[in-house]
Design a protein around this ligand. Sequence first.
Ligand code: SF4
Ligand code: SF4
Length: 103
Amino acid sequence: MSIRIETSTCIGCGRCTDVCPGNLLFLQAGKAAIRDRRDCWGCTACVKECPKNAIFFTLEAELGGAGGRLYAEDSDETLSWVLKLADGAEQRIVVNKKQANAY
Ligand code: SF4
Ligand code: SF4
């Protein structure tokens, strides 16, 4: 997987830049940017923080093919991992945050 930022939907809130443990993300002209995506070790912190699904992982061929993306939708009760494939098909893994240790 590879981290990507869709600048057209990024609102420049800076939440992703605040949580990256490697300090890889920064704001540039009001949009999130990454210094070098090869340094990202896929901790998912930024993906979980983004309120606009503007930062996500792209999936290689064995995980959904070109154009597939994995992002997170956060709510008070749940964290949903959304796998959206290039053909528009979607799968969700919904984690109850209060029972996260059970998974
Ligand atoms: S996945 Fe983790 S290491 Fe990679 S850019 Fe996001 S917060 Fe930083
Ligand atoms: S959290 Fe999302 S919307 Fe906010 S700056 Fe980062 S990529 Fe942009």
